[in-house]
Design a protein around this ligand. Structure first.
Ligand code: NAG
Ligand code: NAG
Length: 288
């Protein structure tokens, strides 16, 4: 009983303190950053931050801290970043909890093209690309993306060509990797490559999870074994008693005393077939 109560408390607490949903469809155009506010109850506030690609340090956009509107004038970031490249990110907050931040790439106040985002996993990095861009609409499958990648601080010499999203695998965990994307038309790069985005490849979580599962199992066993043993050793008599049927049989359980009707069946009546009651069978009779 105390365990289930504890479990319920933890569960309820986790629910009530759940962080707000992250903002969606984040987009920057003409120095105006916009996003779709979450539709959840309890209005969250939003904070916008920017980072130059080289520094990797996030700084609040002064006019867009803890605000309830879903757009931010990012003109103040004009002077930041190299080649007009600035990363922006938005985070929702409610009741002291924050959502994951959603990033957008800005180049001279507009979304970087090709627009892409990065999803790091242990050992790999997924470059999320859209096959729905102006070049693709015009040239269909002849338009592709070239994804340049490499470790942070090193020139991005390796690349992969892809129509849409692509996953780069066998990356070193705990290392930051950077990605640049450029449009390709018939294998020829078109226009400038995007701003560089970098992400940390997280360490594999498998080990930690195994440890947690093992600990939970041990705790459950440690709690269960004494309980089961206690019941087996001390409560066997009680259990047996509970399982025993009661001695009081219901009245109609025993056959009713023979009535006239019953008797007429047993006694041979003239209208019914005449049955001989076999009392004994001798070998002689069987051989006949
Ligand atoms: C953004 O702010 C700048 C000044 O910081 C102003 O000139 C510009 O009109 C603003 N843009 C919008 C869309 O409000
Ligand atoms: C593709 O992009 C256009 C505008 O650029 C948009 O109207 C359309 O809905 C998009 N299609 C998909 C499938 O995302």
């Amino acid at each position: 009983m105390p365990f289930s109560v504890l479990f319920m408390l933890v569960f309820v607490q986790a629910l009530s303190a759940s962080p707000p949903a992250p903002p969606q469809n984040i987009h920057v155009s003409n120095w105006l950053l916009t996003w779709t506010p979450s539709t959840e109850e309890g209005d969250p506030t939003y904070t916008v931050q920017y980072s130059s690609f080289s520094s990797g340090v996030w700084t609040n956009v002064p006019s867009c801290v803890h605000m309830s509107s879903n757009s931010c004038n990012v003109t103040s970031t004009k002077a930041e970043g190299e080649h007009g490249c600035v990363m922006l990110r938005v985070q929702a907050e409610r009741g002291g909890r924050t959502s994951t931040s959603v990033k957008a790439c800005s180049r001279h106040g507009d979304s970087c093209t090709p627009d892409f985002s990065l999803t790091p996993r242990s050992g790999s990095l997924t470059v999320n690309l859209s096959s729905n861009h102006s070049l693709a609409l015009e040239y269909a499958a002849h338009a592709k993306h070239r994804v340049y990648y490499g470790k942070e601080g090193e020139p991005l010499l390796k690349y992969k060509d892809a129509v849409a999203s692509v996953t780069i695998s066998e990356l070193q965990e705990g290392q930051r990797y950077c990605v640049q994307v450029q449009y390709l038309y018939f294998r020829n790069p078109v226009g400038l490559a995007t701003c560089t985005q970098c992400e940390l490849i997280p360490e594999s979580k498998k080990e930690g999870q195994t440890v947690i599962i093992a600990v939970v199992l041990i705790v459950v066993l440690v709690c269960l074994i004494p309980g089961v043993a206690y019941f087996l050793i001390f409560k066997t008599e009680r259990i047996k008693q509970c399982l025993q049927p009661s001695y009081n049989l219901p009245e109609n359980f025993l056959p009713e005393p023979f009535s006239e009707h019953h008797l007429s069946i047993y006694s041979s009546s003239p209208t019914e077939e005449c049955w001989d009651v076999i009392s004994s069978i001798s070998c002689q009779e069987l051989s006949n």
